[in-house]
Design a protein around this ligand. Structure first.
Ligand SMILES: O=C(O)C(=O)C[C@@H](O)[C@H](O)CO
Ligand SMILES: [Mg+2]
Length: 382
């Protein structure tokens, strides 16, 4: 079998789908994207395609190594997202060629269903209680929300109290009938993270995500030493070579690699295994579309230390497109009390409406995250 063509479509709300065609008629789909940089990743995909056209798609490991090593420069969000989407499509082809779901090729099921969580609250968490009640009504019991709005390098006790008050309201309303992760979203500096985490301790969030930016990963063990709350990170780390450093330094209880940013299934399987060797849980990051989610789920189905999966149904970013809009086999993504069961179809298990993808790509927005500024006019982390 030979790769004959690689096509990409940027589609609402902010995703990109990739299709690899072969001379035997089997096609594979992937979702290479770095939110807000879709065009840049698209250019990277087509540069990498020069290594792929005419090659045997079965040789996933060799093609991955060529894409990673052959161009001298490697790593980072753009290149690793491009590799990720191509890798997803190669696994899709292999599963289809062999007639089995990808998780069978990865050693088979380690669990019968995967638990997912639902985002609530939006960029500036409001109406959290209402949002949670709505999701509880459809079976979710685990949620994630932004832990705070923008914080100054050193901010006020009022800002801390505002963030903590929201969490106190959640516990007041729901007790421990629900769980929730707090995403600091890189908005919090190391000094403020210490204070905020201390004040949040009594409310026992399930985890605190990106308590500081990945650039300050040296604080993860220091923050972990001051709290009992599990610390999570990973969406802004892009290869096992980055994850090895944070695992060796300690502090992270949960790794959150993104299957569309961290080199795809091939790389994230290695990251999952590294995490397990440090007794660190896996919770793949996925605020994206259906192919990204399916890729996450295949890794979750075979990784013992995977404990929960992010999925973006109803997420505040999905303006103009929802996870299942482009999916024909919507029933395979059915959520039963927040859980998803193993796909049965070969490959990644996602049947896409190609005509709709092409149609919606014609007016694809160039999604950008907002540029936030502090009251003094300085740039704020979004
Ligand atoms: O889902 C998460 O945990 C996020 O932090 C969302 C963030 O990754 C945005 O997708 C960036 O545009
Ligand atoms: Mg996050």
């Amino acid at each position: 079998m030979k790769i004959t063509k690689i096509s990409t479509w940027r589609v609402p709300p902010r995703w990109m789908f990739l299709k690899i065609e072969t001379d035997e008629g089997i096609v594979g789909w992937g979702e290479p994207v770095l939110e807000g940089k879709a065009r840049t990743v698209e250019a990277a995909v087509h540069e990498l395609s020069e290594y792929l056209i005419g090659q045997d798609p079965a040789r996933i490991n060799d093609l991955w190594q060529v894409m990673y090593r052959a161009g001298f420069y490697r790593g980072g969000g753009i290149l690793m997202s491009a590799i990720a989407g191509i890798d997803q499509a190669l696994w899709d082809i292999k599963g289809k060629a062999l007639g089995v779901p990808v998780y069978q090729l990865l050693g088979g099921l380690v669990r019968d269903k995967v638990k997912t969580y639902s985002w609530v609250g939006g960029d500036r968490p409001a109406d959290i209680i209402r949002d949670i009640k709505e999701r509880v009504a459809v079976g979710f019991d685990t949620f994630k929300m932004n832990g705070c709005e923008e914080l100054a390098v050193i901010d006020s006790s009022r800002a801390i109290d505002s963030a903590v008050h929201k969490v106190a309201e959640i516990r007041e309303a729901f007790g421990n009938t629900i769980e929730f992760g707090l995403d600091f979203h890189g908005r919090v500096t190391a000094p403020m993270a210490k204070v905020l985490i201390k004040e949040l301790e009594p409310y026992r969030p399930l985890f605190i995500e990106e308590p500081v930016l990945a650039e300050q990963a040296e604080y993860y063990p220091r923050l972990a030493a001051q709290t009992h709350i599990p610390i999570a990170a990973g969406e802004r780390m892009f290869s096992r070579f980055e994850f090895k450093n944070v695992l060796a330094a300690g502090g992270l209880a949960i790794l959150q690699p993104d299957l569309s940013h961290a080199g795809g299934i091939t790389e994230c399987m290695k990251i999952a295994a590294m995490a397990e060797s440090y007794d660190v849980a896996l919770a793949p990051h996925c605020p994206l579309g259906p192919i990204a989610l399916a890729s996450c789920l295949h890794v979750d189905f075979v990784s013992w230390n995977a404990f929960i999966q992010e999925q973006s149904m109803g997420i505040h970013y999905n303006k103009g497109g929802e996870v299942l809009d482009y999916v024909l086999n919507k029933e395979d993504f059915a959520l039963e009390s927040g859980h998803i069961k193993p796909f049965t179809k070969p490959g990644l298990g996602v049947e896409l409406d190609e005509a709709l993808i092409i149609e919606r790509s014609k007016n694809a927005p160039d999604w950008r995250n907002p540029l936030w500024r502090h009251a003094d006019g300085s740039v704020a982390e979004w």
